[in-house]
Every structure is written in structure tokens, then in C-alpha cells.
Design a protein around this ligand. Sequence first.
Ligand SMILES: [Zn+2]
Length: 435
Amino acid sequence: MPTLFTGGAVVTMDPELGDLPRGDVLISGATITAVGPDLRDHPDAADATVVDTTGRIVAPGFVDTHRHAWQAQMRRTIPDVGDLGAYVSSTLGRIAPAYTAHDMYVGTRLAALTALDVGITTMLDFSHNSRTAAHSDSAIRGLAETGIRGVHASMGPHFGTWDRQWPADLARLRSALPGLVTLRLATLATAELAGPALAYGPDLAAVARDLDIDVSVDAVFGEASSAAILGWEQRGLLGPGLSLIHATGLTPDAWRAIGATGTAISLAPSSDTQIGLETAIPAIDEVLGAGVRPGLSIDVEVALASDMFTQMRVLLAVQRMRAVGSPTSRITTRDVLGFATLDGARSIGLGSVTGSLTPGKQADLLVVEAEAVNTMPLNDPIGTLVLGADPRNISTVLVAGRTLKSDGHLNGVDLDELRREVTASRDAVLRAAGS
Ligand SMILES: [Zn+2]
């Protein structure tokens, strides 16, 4: 049955369609059929379920281009983390080896449910605790069961004993992906953190090429990563199928190589600033200077917020602060909303699938309360989405046409049962980690 969302402020993020102060969105099955000022006479609208969105904003779902979902039951365990080394030694060194396959499922599912609740319809799960094939299977199941558009980006663990099944196991994973889940290869920029096995280079590039999947590279920062980027450029390993995460403190030559090849960038504004990654300054001016539109990402819930509003606001504030008194122009609320939606989708190879309310794309959309106490009266939909709204205002979330949140509540989720499962998993991990 088609559904017609009617009478809301429609923010399409599609440059050709623009924004409609009052408009309709028609979906049929998993797909957006039409967007326009009045679709009541559209042939497909005749038998449609009509949803009145007066006083609300209809917008594309957010796209999180990098989060380590398995850690969700450990969220906010190190809220005042000192630096990258403190995170690596605690969460990756001590906690990660204690995870069973079941714990991977619990954490990943919790992160995906939280993402849906805060309006993130696409989440790239940089799953870097793939200690066994079962760990990967459980992480994928945790994504798929929620109905989110999940990208499972698979990487072996940094420390501890593991089966060494990665990256060979990617071929098996690729052959049996459930639901909306897609696959990427996940890797690190250099051998600095965890040795050469996890570092991107010709061997891992060949694995990805053979499987016809794209690559996400984490921990891209500083001189060593800049040198690595120049090496990848010489070997023809840069390009839009490669997404570099963080990108703080890179050299001008590395940015030249990124721009020349159209390599994708995922910024993690709250991670860079709060954990203090390299310069701790999100590389927004550098990436725009290179002619690339970045995606945004949440990174680690152990130390950071879980939602995209935080990322948009941190980035907006930091960039505009830096630009005062400098020749750089200041970015806008529309820019950051683009990074959080369409640009993010493009940066992980899903630009033709999601990220904007465009007919033919998947129906991944949000209905946001715009006449609530913190959003009334609605004067500027984009300003409201970026600066005014917060997760409580996201009343409805659809992914591929399926309603996963309605009337402000996740559908089919028993919160008491979820809490019991999450708490039991957290306690088991902490016991196994010896704390
Ligand atoms: Zn990361």
C-alpha cells in the first residue's frame, strides 16, 4: 500500500527539488514515488494511506558514516577520556578481547536501535572486533534485525588472540548478507596502532577489489597517515571507493592527493575535538578546500554522544569559530545538514540509494515535530533541524518504507527486555575483562 505524507514542510536535500514550505511525499513499498506541493491527484495516491504531517518537517534520514557499534553496552564508560592512547588501552586493549559473539550482537543491536531512535537510518558499523567468524555473523545479525540500513565494515581486532579469519572471511560474509545490510572492508591507515596486518595497502586493496566492495580507513591523521596517503596515490589506491575517517592534521600534499582523486572523507567532529585526535580540529576547511563534501560520524559511544545533532552542531560551531577573522567563508546550516545526509550517503557509496527525498530512491525518511515546545513556531525548517530539534522531536522513522519508529517510540522493541540483555552483557564483559 502506498503512503502519502501530506502538508508538512518538506526538506528534500535534493538540489533539483529544493525545499517545499508545504508539500507531499508519496512512497510505495520501499521506494519514494513522488515529491511535490500537492500529490492528492497523483495516480498512485488514490489508494494511499494518508498521513497528515502538518506542523512537522519531513526530511531524509541521517547517515552515520562511522561508528564502532559493538561498544554500545560500554557507552560512556570513559566520558572524560584523556587521549587516544587511553581509549585504545582501555576499550580496545582490555574490553574488546573479553567480548563473545553474543556480546557483539547485543552491542551492535543496541547501537542500531539507538541510531534509529535518533533519526539515523543508515549506519556504517566499523566492526573492528571480528575475533571469529561468529563475531562477524553476530554483529551483522544485530544490524539486520533492527531494520536499519546497515553497512557492516569488517576488520580484525587490534589486540589479543583471534582466529585470523579476517580478511579471508569477507568472501563468506559477502555471500550471505541479510536484509538491507551491505559490506565494506575496514582497515587502519598505518601500522602505528596495531601492526601491519590491519594497515591499508595493496594486499587489502586487492581483497576489496576481488569482492567488489569499498573500503573505510580509520585512524587517518598526522604525518604518518599523510605519507601513507601519498603512497596509496602512487599505487592508484585512492578514489571515491575509499573513505578516510578523521583526516585531522594531514599535510597539504595529502589533501592535494585526496582532492585530485575524489577520495571520500568521513569527519568525526566530536571525536576529533573531545578525544584530541592529532590537532583535535575537525578538517572541515581542508576537506572543502580539496573540493570534497564530507560525511559525518559518531565514532565511539564509550566517550561521545550517540546522535547526529551533536555532530552537526559541533562542526558548525568549530568551523564558524575558526573562520572569524580569516579569509575562509563560514559554512551554513544547510551545509552541515547535507554532510549529515546526502554527502554522507555519497561518501560511503550509497548516494544513489538514500540521503535525499528523491523519487526512485529508498524511502528512508523522518517526520520531525516542528511545533513542539522547543521547535515552535516553525520559521526555518533547516535551521530547526540543525539547531532547534533534538531526538525527542523525531516522531516517525522509515527505512526502505518500513516504519521503525512511530509516535515517538521504536516499534517492536521491548525496552525492559533490551535493558536486561544489555546489562547482562555489560556485566559479563566486565567480569571477563577482570574489572
Ligand atoms: Zn573510529
